[in-house]
Design a protein around this ligand. Structure first.
Ligand code: FE2
Ligand code: FE2
Length: 185
């Protein structure tokens, strides 16, 4: 297992959930009914997995090693990427506020929630693609011992994750994508 393999697997899970999110947004824009449970599951996944696991690995394990090894030229690029992490976390905060209101039966926030979901998905997709384009080639250029260091740091972060949480998050992503396939039928 190398760092890129781990990151690619995690990006695949996130993209699966974003596929479901995009379909949900499209259904809402066609006048579909608000599904607060769907949005809650998406929020749980993006908070617990995207922010607290995947992006934390990048911010605490990957980006610092890249800057240290590749020099200050890379610093600006990873600062941009870390800024995008902060932007998507802000969108999750807004989403949760609207969701709390929607779950109380407040219908006025449903449209705002749909637009926040749409903005989250667009920013995340652009961010994931940018990382794959910009960061993966830099990781491939690292010597093996530096890649091993990233793997070790990833493992330390994994130790903070509750046991079995990956399986739970992967299942949520599959469920969100499953809802997508259900909507096709
Ligand atoms: Fe990222
Ligand atoms: Fe990423």
């Amino acid at each position: 297992m190398d760092p890129i393999q781990i990151l690619m697997e995690e990006h695949a899970i996130l993209n699966m959930a974003l596929d479901g999110t995009d379909r949900y947004v499209a259904a809402m824009r066609r006048g579909g009914a608000c599904d607060a449970a769907f949005v809650r599951r998406m929020l749980v996944l993006m908070r617990g997995f995207a922010s607290a696991c995947h992006q934390r690995k990048e911010e605490q394990a990957l980006y610092p090693v890249l800057v240290e090894f590749q020099g200050p030229g890379v610093r600006e690029a990873v600062e941009t990427l870390a800024g995008e992490h902060a932007d998507v976390r802000d969108l999750l905060r807004i989403l949760e506020e609207d969701l709390d209101e929607a779950e109380k039966g407040e219908s006025g926030c449903v449209q705002a929630m749909t637009e926040t979901l749409s903005a989250y998905s667009s920013l995340m997709r652009a961010h994931l693609a940018r990382e794959e384009r910009m960061v993966y080639p830099l990781v491939r250029r690292l010597p093996g011992r530096r890649q091993d260091e990233i793997i070790r740091r990833f493992a330390n972060i994994e130790e903070d994750m509750p046991k079995g949480s990956h399986e739970t998050y992967y299942q949520i992503a599959r469920d969100l994508a499953g809802d997508l396939h259900g909507a096709d039928n």
